[in-house]
Ligand binder design. Structure first.
Ligand code: GLN
Length: 491
């Protein structure tokens, strides 16, 4: 029998329907793969008993012809999603052994549709980071290595566990979240497909909040089709999230293979950075060639406020984070470090519970929101945000269907290689992705090629609000042209 972990979700769905194997067999194959790959540190909690129970239930439903669209499909869940009765930590010491008495809307929709929970996936602490090195459970290893080298590389972040687990076939797909690039950048670093939907498309209810006006959930999968399949279950209106939008969820999978002929693809000149590596340039022009060959038209566009996006993001995101993280005070969740009085207890708990990067964000956020600085920083950043959004609106008003850019400025880097002396070095990794969050738009990263050292690189497509379908159609064109990339197994 073929290795069940190498199947795509679409293939597994067929295999289950034709009774080539059972959901239980599919789950067991993944549980064995997870056990053999602990060196990657992708999972922070394995839930084999729950997985087998859910797989058994899926088999029973499939037998009765009642299996949902994801019946028996084993998934990994980023540890930012609350899972009922299952430890959820955001990979922060401050949440300790927090066991939520509720389930996030997104995950509950996945279980409603028959998916199986394999376990909780590693991420940067509170999703703050681009390398998964800030997790209290330690860094995640990228299954990809430079050719002829055994240097350990990061999988990107903050959804590093999700990307690594999907790339190493430790689950068929995973949930992830993206505040400034945390779905797309790790997808690009691991040759997986990641989509950040339009803000409001997926409910944020039950997801640990980082920066509420930017956070959005989405899937990471091995193919564009699989990402589309997962998106359909994850998306949808939820009255429990006031920013969730009440628009019907389309059949995203129907967009796969749809013609892109006549589509106008914007190529923004501001994304051509000084000193951009030649291989990123090459990848980008290769992408334009593939889309042209499929009948799309490339149009040069300008997004003049691009250069302000990163600095403005690093005001808005920490500001919202400092407010969201105020709730971790030793009273309600997880860790409590005693003190002489309640104030000292707060202080001790927060000092001990938050890691360095989180503390940095809380300090910056508190500063930019404080009296006297609010107008100069936070308000100014919000105005810049409006201008960034308008850049995209102007572009779309001229008939542009989507925008093509590189997903990241480089391939995956080594653990400990970036940001040690200057955190801004790490922040610069999000240069192509944060604009999309600032504007609330959907963006997809699709594996598109390799660098000179054999590491995967991705292209990003940015779409109109709630037009994820166009991104799936275009992503599929790139995937078909570029082929699929699988990390050689060394673990
Ligand atoms: N790397 C960015 C940050 O650290 C984005 C993280 C994310 O999207 N969650 O804020």
């Amino acid at each position: 029998m073929t290795d069940l972990t190498s199947l795509t979700i679409a293939e597994a769905r067929e295999g289950l329907a034709s009774k080539s194997f059972t959901a239980r067999e599919l789950t067991d194959a993944h549980l064995a793969a997870i056990e053999a790959a602990r060196v990657l540190n992708a999972y922070v909690l394995e839930t084999p008993d729950r997985a087998r129970e859910m797989a058994k239930a899926a088999d029973e439903k499939i037998a009765k012809g009642e299996g949902g669209p994801l019946a028996g499909i084993p998934l990994g869940i980023k540890d930012l999603f609350a899972t009922r009765d299952i430890r959820t930590t955001a990979c922060s010491k401050i949440l300790g052994n927090f066991i939520p008495p509720y389930e996030s809307t997104v995950t509950s929709q996945l279980w409603r549709d028959g998916a199986v929970l394999l376990g909780k996936l590693n991420n940067d602490e509170f999703a703050m980071g681009s390398s998964n090195e800030t997790s209290c459970f330690g860094p995640v290893t990228n299954p990809w290595r430079r050719e002829g080298s055994n240097t350990t590389l990061v999988p990107g972040g903050s959804s590093g566990g999700s990307a690594s687990a999907v790339a190493a076939s430790l689950c068929m797909g995973a949930t992830a979240t993206d505040t400034g690039g945390s779905i797309r950048q790790p997808a690009a670093f691991t040759a997986t497909v990641g989509i950040k939907p339009t803000y409001g498309r997926c409910s944020r209810w039950g997801i640990v909040a980082f920066a509420s006006s930017l956070d959005q959930a989405g899937p990471i999968a091995r193919t564009t089709r699989d990402a589309a399949i997962l998106m359909r279950s994850m998306a949808g209106h939820d009255p429990k999230d006031t920013t969730s939008v009440d628009i019907a969820v389309p059949d995203y999978e129907a967009a796969i293979g749809k013609s892109v002929k006549g589509m106008k693809i914007g190529i923004p000149k501001e994304y051509r950075l000084d000193g951009m590596p030649a291989e990123i340039e090459k990848l980008w022009s290769q992408g334009t060639e593939w889309l042209k060959a499929a009948g799309a038209e490339m149009v040069p566009v300008s997004l003049p406020h691009t250069k302000y996006a990163l600095p403005a993001y690093y005001i808005v995101a920490p500001a919202e984070a400092s407010s969201n993280l105020a709730r971790y005070d030793g009273v309600r969740f997880g860790l409590r470090e005693p003190g002489k009085n309640i104030v000292e207890m707060f202080e001790n708990t927060r000092a001990d519970g938050f890691g360095d990067e989180v503390r940095r964000r809380v300090l910056i956020g508190t500063y930019v929101l404080s009296a006297g600085y609010y107008d100069a920083y936070y308000l100014r950043a919000q105005k810049v945000r409006t201008l960034i959004k308008k850049d995209f609106e102007d572009c779309f008003a001229k008939g542009v269907n989507a925008i093509l850019t590189p997903a990241t400025p480089s391939a995956a880097f080594g653990i400990g290689e970036k940001g040690g002396a200057d955190p801004v070095e790490m922040y610069l990794n999000d240069i192509f992705t944060v604009t999309v969050n600032m504007a609330g738009l959907p963006g997809i990263a699709v594996p598109s090629g390799k660098d000179t050292q054999g590491l995967p690189l991705g292209l990003q497509l940015i779409g109109r609000p709630f037009d994820e379908e166009t991104l799936f159609s275009l992503g599929e064109v790139i995937e078909q042209a570029a082929g699929r990339f699988t990390a050689p197994k060394w673990w």
